[in-house]
Design a binder for this molecule. Structure first.
Ligand code: PSV
Ligand code: MN
Length: 433
């Protein structure tokens, strides 16, 4: 793609890179030597790091916070065009986020062609479109207070179905290839909802949407154990998720948001099961300590992120059939600059991937087959404990991005430079779910 515009002065990126270049080269050469002793070719790893990418959620650069409060930051983007500009900064400095995942109706515009071109000017394209029937919009006829795709009343379900069909239409104009459906439907009181009938209504509604899915699209179903429904949710876990995906057809797959499970659930094993049955659609990466905390990827449990990538790289290694999961971030930022958090998270996800590439798979299989638990575990730990930072930094440098993205972002004074163009919005809305 021809990149016409850059958000951060390219001369600044180059200047800072030249200051850091010698040190990076020394670190890279030393790592190359260490990996060579294990018969690992650093250039192959470098190529894979360069080819890796993860999509940025449009809502992640926007109004973050928690559901309790939102503390506005300086020069926040006020619409999807400005969000695209912030996503461009993230990609320019990290070189691994070339796609944006939009959310509707938040990101609806009159002219989708103009939006697509605006992104293309920065070398950006569009990932999965996300529908929103977990919130009422001022112009909508029926409320989703008691559900959307699973509502007891047909008229409400039809409205929610139509919204998803509209999302597909918006996505077609942007060049997206998938629709992600997460609903907040569920119940807060035992007895409030008939589990089976609600799931039947869900399947019927989803079939209505699926019928409008273009042949080269996928539909990604996102499960979540709780919130905003606190007793039961209709698509509560990966079990309900995969059942729905199997019922709908080959184009329907399950999406794993890392924050959407019960505490201590073995997410990497869920990933393995979904891969085995060709139902892994993709991810919403984030991290959490308690629930759906939407913290930066790798901030709390980097080993879990590595173990998930261990499964993904294993599938790649074994050339698993129909394996092409979509990677996306889904985070909310309360105390950091969203651009910095998203840069860091993208790099953490990339780091987990490259570390997983280091796993000696044949050795691991042999330890598994001979029941050598200690050495099997040590094989994973050895890969996890390797500092692949020089590979990631070199990948960025070779793609014209920043060796030290956060330092470069801060040196550019991006937010301050936009102070006049983006005056602070008034009001005190709460965060997103
Ligand atoms: C729900 O918690 C979720 O993870 C879904 O992906 C939504 O689309 C997103 O967050 C934004 O609310
Ligand atoms: Mn999500």
């Amino acid at each position: 793609m021809n990149v016409e515009k850059a958000q951060i002065d390219a001369a600044l990126v180059e200047k800072l890179n030249s200051e850091n270049n010698d040190e990076l080269q020394r670190d890279f050469d030393y790592l190359a030597e260490k990996l060579d002793r294990k018969n690992l070719d650093i250039n192959g790893l470098l190529e894979k790091a360069q080819a890796f990418s993860v999509a940025v959620p449009s809502w992640g650069v926007g109004t973050g916070g928690t559901r309790f409060a939102r503390f506005a930051g300086p020069s926040e983007p006020r619409n999807i065009f400005e969000k695209v500009e912030d996503c461009a900064v993230i990609h320019q400095l990290s070189a691994c986020t070339p796609r944006i995942s939009p959310h509707f109706p938040w990101d609806v515009v009159d002219d989708f062609k103009a939006l697509r071109e605006h992104a293309a000017n920065f070398g950006l394209s569009w990932d999965a479109v996300n529908s929103n029937t977990f919130q009422d919009q001022s112009e909508q006829k029926y409320s989703y207070k008691f559900g959307s795709l699973t509502h007891t009343e047909q008229a409400v379900r039809e409205q929610a179905i139509q919204h998803n069909i509209d999302c597909i239409e918006y996505g077609k104009q942007l060049g997206s290839k998938s629709l992600t459906v997460w609903i907040g439907d569920g119940s807060n009181h035992p007895g409030q909802q008939h589990f089976q009938r609600a799931f039947e209504r869900y399947l019927a509604s989803m079939k209505g949407i699926y019928a409008h899915l273009p042949d080269d699209w996928e539909m990604h179903i996102e499960h979540k154990m709780f919130e905003p429904a606190f007793y039961s949710t209709v698509i509560q876990d990966w079990g309900s998720n995969i059942l729905a995906a199997m019922e709908l057809g080959d184009k329907a797959k399950s999406l794993v948001d890392l924050g959407h499970h019960a505490p201590n659930v073995n997410i990497e094993m869920i990933v393995s099961r979904l891969i085995q049955f060709k139902k892994l659609g993709g991810f919403h990466f984030n991290d959490s300590k308690y629930g759906d905390d939407d913290l930066d990827s790798g901030a709390i449990q980097p080993y879990q992120l590595f173990l998930i990538f261990n499964e993904l790289v294993d599938a790649e290694y074994r050339k698993q059939d129909a394996f092409k999961p979509a990677y996306m971030l889904d985070q909310s930022h309360n105390v950091t600059d969203p651009i910095e958090s998203l840069i860091n998270s993208a790099i953490e996800v990339q780091r987990a991937y490259v570390r997983a590439l280091l796993v000696d798979r044949e050795a691991l299989y042999a330890f598994q087959d001979s029941n050598d638990a200690l050495m099997a575990s040590a094989t994973l730990k050895e890969a996890f404990n390797t500092d692949v930072g020089p590979i990631l930094a070199m990948a960025r440098k070779l793609k014209g991005a920043a060796i030290q993205p956060i330092a470069c972002y801060r040196a550019a004074n991006y937010r301050a430079s936009l102070a006049h163009a983006r005056p602070a919005a008034k009001g005190n809305s709460s965060g997103i779910v």
